[in-house]
Design a binder for this molecule. Sequence first.
Ligand code: CP
Length: 313
Amino acid sequence: MLSSKDMLGLRETSAEEIHEILNTAELMKVVISSNNKKTPHLQGRSIMTVFYENSTRTRMSFELACKYMSGTASNISASASSVAKGETLIDTARTLDVMGTDVMILRHPMSGAPHLMAKNVKASVINAGDGINEHPTQALLDMYTMREKLGGVKGLRVAIVGDVRHSRVARSNIYGLTKMGASVVVAGPPTLLVPELDALGAEVTDRVDDAVRGADVVMGLRIQLERQKKGLFPSVREYHKYFGLTEERIALARKGALVMHPGPVNRGVEISSEAADSPESVIDEQVTNGVAVRMALLFLLTRQKPETGGVRI
Ligand code: CP
């Protein structure tokens, strides 16, 4: 049983709750690989994706998760909604709430937007990425993939490399992985690091080779050009040379180490094509596991809400 009506971040999620979500996702994954992708778990439930930023993986995997469990999936984007006419986030959220939405899944450029939404609606709110704060379902699917491939998360050394400063994926992974007993080292150019991350429990270094050496998992992060001012690194070519994940650099990791990336990938920038497509890469598996984890979360959050019964006509 999850303690909150919402999933706003892994900072406020316990290790027991993470275990429960990952265990449930294991059952859901069986559905994805079957020829009958239909369960009744969300029958009669209404799920809304509310995306104020672009997305392929997160939005589609939530929509498919809902459809695989027989729920009603709807979506709204900022450009096609009354937000473009000046409506506030709270007014939009209340409008969707009174339409009978059970779960709202919000991606927003402002850190804390899902927390604000959750306080103003009866529906469950899932954070699908808020500014540079958190992306909890990405970290959950990352941990699921590590557990599936390496047998567990406890005791692993995970190197997270790249644009750590602007990364909600890094923050959620630091919260989640440390709670689950892994050690995390984050690495990148000094201009893309924030020393405060060591207060969250991660080792912080600007030496990528040191971070990768002996790691069980090497996770690349996308350079988030849309969130950064110019001048944080001299050029894309130089960035790739000194901080990019190449096959040579990944060879420093433990034998059998996983290569991960949340996507979308900038090939030849934060990771080379050879490394992204290598046998060690589990980038495709991460995407598949994203559907299973999001099915699990939708199931667990809606299970908490009592059935009120349908109208007989
Ligand atoms: N990893 C991730 O959040 O990808 P999308 O932006 O495509 O959703």
